[in-house]
Design a protein around this ligand. Structure first.
Ligand SMILES: [Zn+2]
Length: 110
């Protein structure tokens, strides 16, 4: 806890959000540890503390169901599939080429 960065209220860096802010984005901390904390000084009392989580490590509120997982995988597979040779290239087909690299090489050699 000693190494946790502390920021002043309203000076939180981009990419961090409180649990409530994550919720507003449809996200939840998703098991990650608190990444930073915000402190707002108060008179005669200890500072008001808010815990911040990293937005990039947050998970969607809705649980990942097998159907959603399958849809996600199908979408990713479609992006990896070369429209020319119909093979899974193993990477997303570059928009600039519109096909996998071997196909593009053949095309430009022809
Ligand atoms: Zn191809």
């Amino acid at each position: 806890m000693a190494t946790l960065p502390v920021y002043r209220w309203r000076l939180a860096p981009d990419g961090y959000a409180t649990r409530r802010q994550l919720r507003a984005l449809g996200l939840r901390p998703g098991g990650q540890d608190v990444a930073a904390q915000l402190e707002r000084p108060r008179r005669r009392r200890g500072p008001l503390v808010a815990y911040l989580y990293r937005v990039d490590r947050a998970k969607p509120v809705r649980p990942m169901t097998p159907a959603r997982m399958a849809a996600l995988e199908a979408a990713m597979r479609a992006r990896r599939t070369c429209p020319n040779c119909r093979r899974d290239a193993g990477y997303c087909i570059p928009r600039s080429l519109g096909m996998c690299v071997p196909c593009s090489d053949l095309e430009s050699a022809a």
